[in-house]
Design a protein around this ligand. Structure first.
Ligand SMILES: *[C@@H]1O[C@H](CO)[C@@H](O)[C@H](O)[C@H]1NC(C)=O
Ligand SMILES: *[C@@H]1O[C@H](CO)[C@@H](O)[C@H](O)[C@H]1NC(C)=O
Ligand SMILES: *[C@@H]1O[C@H](CO)[C@@H](O)[C@H](O)[C@H]1NC(C)=O
Ligand SMILES: *[C@@H]1O[C@H](CO)[C@@H](O)[C@H](O)[C@H]1NC(C)=O
Length: 605
């Protein structure tokens, strides 16, 4: 189908349903955590706090912004000599180095600003320099130092923090005293080409707070904000402290987070504070509570599963009703087809039977399902049906069209190769001409017309291909960097050693010439995993995660070595790609081994 059609279909479907959104509730720590500040370095959030009665500057490390309760901790600075009352630390990255700014009493002086520098800027949990006194010429109290990344640097006001948008610097600062519930946030801004040292260039904002106590949700003392981004960098999040009532403040200011929006003029929009009983969606890309699923994806017999993604849905084809019905399952998620909508695309008639191994493919904007069955007194020939409406795999399909009527031999497991040379090929398994049951290839002239010239491409020879019978079958193609990869099944599907092998060919090479093929290493790429009780691992097809960023494999396996026929059940695994653009297969995941869900997974309602 055309690209514009796919985009249109995807957009239409996206407004039709909503994904189940994971949530969290404030706070992000349970104990006193006044003046929290967070910096994201690499994939981690680093929160700095004053601990041990304000003698230790502690760094917390967490992959999620929503929970620091069990975070790894490290002390970056500990007061010494007459130092005490270490307050309000903030980590900043400046020109590739990491600094933590904080204030403390020392040398008989009340609260002066200090900074420490990370010995290794990639590791905030490592060692830090001794404290460097800032502004030694400033003989007055100074707290809450922050950094403005203008062309200038300046330490300003209580609890100020800067965020930036469209070349405007926004200063968010705390107002009123932090010992009372009305502690709140105000906003000022200045354009990047203006000198912040000139007060007339500043926009002092509206004369009211932008973020303040929310009595309805029991959030008070809402101040001392710092800002960071969601894990995927697409959202702005604020870390601040608040209390749950107006009577317990000192010792009860606890770290919380809120998502900050931006209006069409590029100005930050602050929410009302969320209380402990008002869950918020987690930050975009948040890894905490990463949803998982566990194989299999269906409970009953589901041998030879194949999946095609059309728009936002996955369509799984299976042989059902004692191999008389070709059934299409429709699911929003790849991880569960148990309650999926079903539709019969083809039902055997007359003396047709043994309908096996169907695969749906999209070719030039049309949908076809390829399958084999017995018919006209012949054992297993290849057939195809065509969707009447290519946007709706659940609709009606054409009558069965016999493929390769000139091929008077058995033929199963037909698949389509869309090669880089712009030509399509048909690959199937057969033991024709008294050859071993192996893989054959021919040009696919149009979706239902196979070329006359046929090549016996692969014969099973090695140990791993001849368990329970010398067999290569179940081929399926995936593509990367203009290389076509053929994944195929080897050995008998009736034994636990059924496994997957790999061959490949470059996009500009003719697949009808065996010398152009790379036959791969002489061993399977995916095979039984006795430790996880997964056996008979074969007949793979491939698709992508909901957001298109990951490759996933659908295959069948059994849970033990004794129950195979009738117990081959559909499963999935994520496939990685190495730096050379070659697929990397995992070990099979058993029924007790959860995996992260595919990226962008949409839960079935
Ligand atoms: C921001 O404005 C300054 C001064 O006009 C200009 O030099 C700079 O390139 C601008 N930066 C961006 C990211 O637009
Ligand atoms: C106020 O909050 C503190 C700390 O969470 C709690 O211990 C205390 O019971 C609360 N008091 C009232 C009156 O709700
Ligand atoms: C793949 O290679 C062939 C032959 O060199 C070339 O014609 C084709 O454009 C390439 N396709 C892509 C997607 O790079
Ligand atoms: C083997 O697997 C089948 C199907 O899952 C199950 O019914 C049977 O109890 C298992 N047998 C053993 C010995 O684990």
């Amino acid at each position: 189908m055309t690209t514009s059609f796919i985009i249109f279909f995807a957009v239409t479907c996206l407004v039709g349903f909503s994904a189940q959104q994971r949530t969290f509730s404030n706070p992000i720590l349970d104990g006193n955590s006044a003046d929290p500040a967070v910096l994201k370095v690499g994939n981690y959030y680093y929160l700095t706090l004053s601990e041990e009665r304000e003698t230790e500057l502690t760094v917390f490390k967490s992959p999620t912004l929503t929970n620091f309760r069990n975070a790894e901790k490290s002390v970056a600075y500990r007061t010494k000599n007459g130092q005490s009352n270490l307050w309000a630390s903030e980590m900043h990255e400046i020109n590739g180095d990491l600094y933590i700014y904080f204030c403390m009493d020392g040398n008989g002086k009340d609260h002066r600003m200090y900074a420490i520098k990370a010995d290794d800027p990639t590791n905030p949990m490592g060692t830090w320099s001794d404290a460097i006194r800032l502004m030694p010429d400033w003989d007055h109290g100074a707290i809450d130092g922050t950094v403005m990344k203008h062309d200038w640097e300046a330490g300003v006001n209580e609890g100020a923090y800067f965020i930036y948008r469209n070349n405007v610097s926004f200063m968010i600062f705390s107002a009123s005293t932090t010992w009372e519930p009305n502690y709140c946030l105000g906003l000022m801004s200045i354009e990047a080409d203006k000198d912040p040292m000139n007060p007339s260039f500043w926009n002092y904002g509206e004369d009211k707070p932008v973020f303040y106590r929310n009595d309805e949700e029991d959030v008070y003392t809402t101040g001392h904000a710092s800002f960071t981004v969601s894990n995927d960098g697409t959202e702005t999040w604020m870390v601040y402290h608040g209390t749950v009532n107006t009577t317990h403040i000192d010792g009860f200011r606890i770290a919380r987070v809120e998502q900050i929006d931006w209006d069409e003029n590029g100005r930050p929009v602050f929410p009302r504070p969320h209380g402990y009983n008002n869950p918020q969606p987690v930050p975009s890309g948040d890894p905490e509570n990463q949803r998982t699923f566990t194989n299999p994806i269906l409970d009953g017999n589901s041998a030879d599963p194949a999946v095609l993604k059309v728009g936002n849905y996955y369509y799984l084809t299976l042989s059902e009703e004692r191999e008389t019905e070709l059934t299409v399952f429709k699911s929003l998620t790849l991880t569960n087809f148990r309650n999926a909508e079903k539709s019969v695309a083809y039902r055997t008639k007359n003396e047709q039977s043994n309908l096996w191994a169907s695969e749906m493919h999209e070719i030039n904007g049309n949908l076809y399902i390829y399958f084999c069955m017995d018919g006209n007194g012949k054992d297993h020939r290849m057939y195809a049906i065509k969707a009447d409406d290519s946007t709706n795999p659940m609709g009606t399909w054409s009558d069965a069209i016999r493929l390769m009527p000139d091929w008077d031999h058995g033929a199963i497991d037909g698949t389509v190769m869309k090669h880089g040379n712009g030509q399509n090929y048909f690959v199937w398994a057969s033991n024709a001409f008294n050859r071993r049951h192996g893989l054959w290839i021919a040009e696919l002239i149009d979706p239902v017309t196979v070329g006359e010239s046929k090549l016996y491409l692969r014969e099973p020879r090695s140990d791993w291909e001849i368990q329970g019978g010398a067999i290569n079958e179940g081929a399926y193609f995936i593509y990367k960097n203009n290389v076509s990869f053929m994944i195929f099944s080897a050995s008998s599907t009736a034994v636990p050693d059924y496994c997957l092998g790999l061959m490949s060919i470059e996009g500009d090479k003719d697949p009808m010439n065996p010398s152009f093929w790379n036959y791969g290493e002489d061993k399977p790429v995916f095979y039984r995993n006795d430790e996880d009780d997964v056996y008979t691992t074969g007949h793979a097809s491939f698709t992508v995660s909901n957001d298109g960023t990951e490759t996933w494999m659908v295959y069948h396996g059994t849970a033990n070595t004794t129950h195979i026929d009738g117990f081959r059940i559909a499963r999935i695994e994520k496939i990685d790609w190495d730096e050379n653009g070659r697929p990397v297969f995992p070990r099979p995941h058993g029924h007790n081994h959860p995996q992260p869900v595919p990226s962008g997974d949409l839960v079935n309602e």
